[in-house]
Design a protein. Structure first.
Lengths: 115, 115
């Protein structure tokens, strides 16, 4: 596609429910990143994919958070047993991961609200 | 325009004036820096980047300056327009290819353009 897309754009859920957030990166981009942005805060790194593997999961805040990527394209971020502190905007970015073009391009984000 | 650091979260600038946004980074090993613009309800939008082997790079109406001696990055916007009103984030990465190019973001500066 022309840019990174994410769905849903907004998600309201009840505490304790599981949610899945989807990211479609720019076609051909091998690197994919998930970030979280809490209200009024900067962006916090969650996880990085190179192809279908995740060499860096260091930013995942707890074992309730997991992510996968299939076919080197679409990625899903899953949050189990959501808590109110999980409320944030979840942003996905992709890059071609070539040395001369490492720019990360972001999607519009998914705003998650946990009631 | 007025020069501010990221510890002052808002920069008000008159339309047509130049804006300067400053950012201090902490990791002397970082070798890639990016400025993003984020409008309300949208994901971060790439503005300009610079590698550590450069000290200046120019784009359309924007210039990024890098001072590695004092670990300082700045974004200059020429002839600021109402559409420039947004939050601006600087980001840095340490080039560890095995771990990807995860970005560490600053806290952001809000730019308000007064007509």
């Amino acid at each position: 596609g022309a840019g990174v897309s994410q769905s849903p754009s907004n998600k309201v859920t009840e505490k304790g429910k599981d949610v899945e957030l989807r990211c479609d990166p720019i076609s051909g981009h091998t690197a994919l990143y998930w970030y979280r942005q809490s209200l009024g805060q900067g962006l916090e790194f969650l996880i990085y994919f190179q192809g279908n593997s995740a060499p860096d999961k260091s930013g995942l805040p707890s074992d309730r958070f997991s992510a996968e990527r299939t076919g080197g394209s679409v990625s899903t971020l899953t949050i189990q047993r959501t808590q109110q502190e999980d409320s944030a905007v979840y942003l996905c970015a992709s890059s071609s991961d070539r040395r001369e073009a490492d720019t990360q391009y972001f999607g519009p984000g998914t705003r998650l609200t946990v009631l | 325009g007025e020069s501010v650091g990221l510890h002052l979260p808002t920069l008000s600038v008159q339309e047509g004036d130049n804006s300067i946004i400053n950012c201090a980074y902490s990791n002397s090993a970082s070798d890639y820096f990016i400025w993003y613009k984020q409008e309300s309800g949208k994901g971060p939008q790439f503005i300009i980047d610079i590698r550590s082997n450069m000290d200046k790079r120019q784009g359309q109406r924007v210039t990024v300056l890098l001072n590695k001696t004092v670990k300082h990055l700045s974004l200059q916007i020429a002839a600021t327009q109402p559409g420039d009103s947004a939050v601006y984030f600087c980001a840095e990465n340490k080039e560890i290819k095995a771990a990807g190019n995860k970005l560490t973001f600053g806290g952001g500066t809000r730019v308000l353009v007064k007509p």
